[in-house]
Design a protein around this ligand. Sequence first.
Ligand code: DAH
Length: 345
Amino acid sequence: MKQEDIDRIAASLAELKCKTQKEVEEARVRLLGKKGEITALFEEFRNIDRSQKAQFGKILNELKQKAQARIDELRAGASSEASKEGPQLDLTMPGDPMELGSRHPVSIVRQEIVDIFRKFGYDVAEGPEIEDDYHVFEALNFPPNHPARDMQDTFFVSAGHLNPLLLRTHTSSVQVRTMERMPVPIRVICPGRVFRNEAISARAHCIFHQVEGLYIDENVTFADLKQAILLFAREMFGPDTEIRMRPSYFPFTEPSAEVDVSCNICHGKGCNICKGTGWLEILGCGMVDPNVLEASGIDSKRYSGFAFGMGLERIAMLKWRVNDLRHYFENDMRFLRQFAAAPEV
Ligand code: DAH
């Protein structure tokens, strides 16, 4: 074993230059590979005189470490093969397809309803989802402990004081906010999300959407209400649609009614969607109770008005014959894709 062989290799390390990863690998094999120069020195080391082993062992190990460190250094600095020979990017390959989303059926129906009422001269009004008891109940003629509050199982945000915060159970609260804010005449529709503490099933959900309507002016009558609903129903469900009104009860309207439209599937003959009746319930409505007008500072002797409220999921179910409310909230692509180009039924 010659010291000068070791020195020569050590000196060559400093001068070693590699441009590419391939060259680095070649240098590694030349020095440290199975038949490499340093590996050969280790072979030689096995046969040298014992007296020399202590001296050369240390030097050889240092050389090997230096060589490895230099290779690592070169590897980090060398450019990859790809950039030496140009990018290995195939520019002729087709790109990843960009999937277009589609509108949610509830959004489609909301937009349709908004468009229909815009044509009738209604503005859109919105209000907060976290509301106070006053705007959801009190101002709408639900006194404390009124049994009608049980119709709407409420999620409370804060409880225990006079006007607790809660998640609105209906968009009728936006009626109140509009009456407080806007001068008469008022013509608005109020789309929005509502919350009720209901067990989730095919027919009920704890989150759903409503559109509320409100019209207040001098001499507004039940006939105006009937005409507005009839025109809406025909725009929404087709020109042959008939409506019927059944007496009902809501604390904020008097008189109140529930509205059915003629079944657009069996055209009145009776099918399993309309349960053989030929009619489908679509909304609640009525003449705004004078107490409600007065609570928001509107003179009930001079003005009258009507209001109505409907569930968007229900309208969408009737329109597209969706049989389970849960579909709307599960974001299953197989369901949502069907509305990419929503068919008219
Ligand atoms: N707020 C009612 C509900 O959630 C729906 C409703 C019925 C709204 C009659 C109205 C109305 O404005 O007049 O069940």
